[in-house]
Design a binder for this molecule. Structure first.
Ligand code: DX5
Ligand code: ZN
Length: 214
């Protein structure tokens, strides 16, 4: 399998020192920067939005991996694309089934990678017909909304089925409760991109934490 893409979630960074923290993960070997966007409707929390992405675009060359946990994601694809996102992932549960493919095309029309995410209770069989339209599938391994939650092992069991139906170049990402041990579980089951927030930003040595995930 190809190299593992590590995408630290800045949700666990120090927002008063966001530029510093992003430079720190960049020099510590991170591949992407994971940006968690929440609207207080799709998930019971509010985080950051378009202006923050625009600002962090100026401090890093790393691809910005924008995870939209919002209703009506179609309204925000253009603003995030124009602010410097490189990957935009929306939730399957936030849209009508009839809009999923169109939204993948819309994201790609900005020359970005398109991602589709599923929550812990969503059956992976529901999205198999859409996998081929996306560059990335994000399997949530916690309920979206907060950092620092415990990994839900049964979510990782969805990975082999998705991998089986995917082209070889599909990026299969997991997000939530990822640490050294749960990373192993997920990569064995077919994940090749790992999001980690608290494990990386709360570590004494960020560089060691990132290497320990590979
Ligand atoms: C949760 C977010 C995650 C979160 C992960 O809704 O999508 O990206 O920041 O945090 P940890 O790694 O601490 O579980
Ligand atoms: Zn996320």
């Amino acid at each position: 399998m190809s190299k593992i893409i590590i995408s630290p979630s800045i949700l666990s960074s120090d927002f008063a020192n966001l530029g510093r923290d992003i430079r720190e993960i960049e020099k510590s070997g991170a591949d992407w920067v994971h940006v968690d966007v929440m609207d207080g409707h799709f998930v019971p929390n509010i985080t950051i939005g378009v202006p923050v992405v625009k600002s962090i675009r100026k401090v890093t060359k790393l691809p910005l991996d924008v995870h939209l946990m919002i209703d009506n994601p179609q309204n925000f694809i253009k603003p995030f694309a124009e602010s410097g996102a490189d990957i935009i992932t929306f939730h399957y549960e936030a849209v009508e089934r009839s809009d999923v493919i169109e939204l993948a095309h819309y994201i790609k029309s900005f020359d970005l990678k398109a991602g589709l995410s599923i929550k812990p209770d969503t059956n992976p069989e529901e999205i198999l017909e859409y996998v081929g339209y996306f560059d990335m599938i994000l399997v949530m391994t916690v309920e979206p909304g907060f950092g620092g939650q415990q990994f839900i092992g049964k979510c990782a069991q969805k990975l082999p089925l998705i991998r089986e139906f995917a082209e070889d170049d599909l990026i299969l990402q997991v997000d939530g409760g990822i640490n050294r041990e749960t990373a192993r579980v997920c990569t064995k089951l077919g994940a090749n991109s790992l999001v980690a927030g608290s494990y990386i930003f709360n570590a004494e040595n960020i560089s060691d934490a990132i290497s320990s995930l590979r």
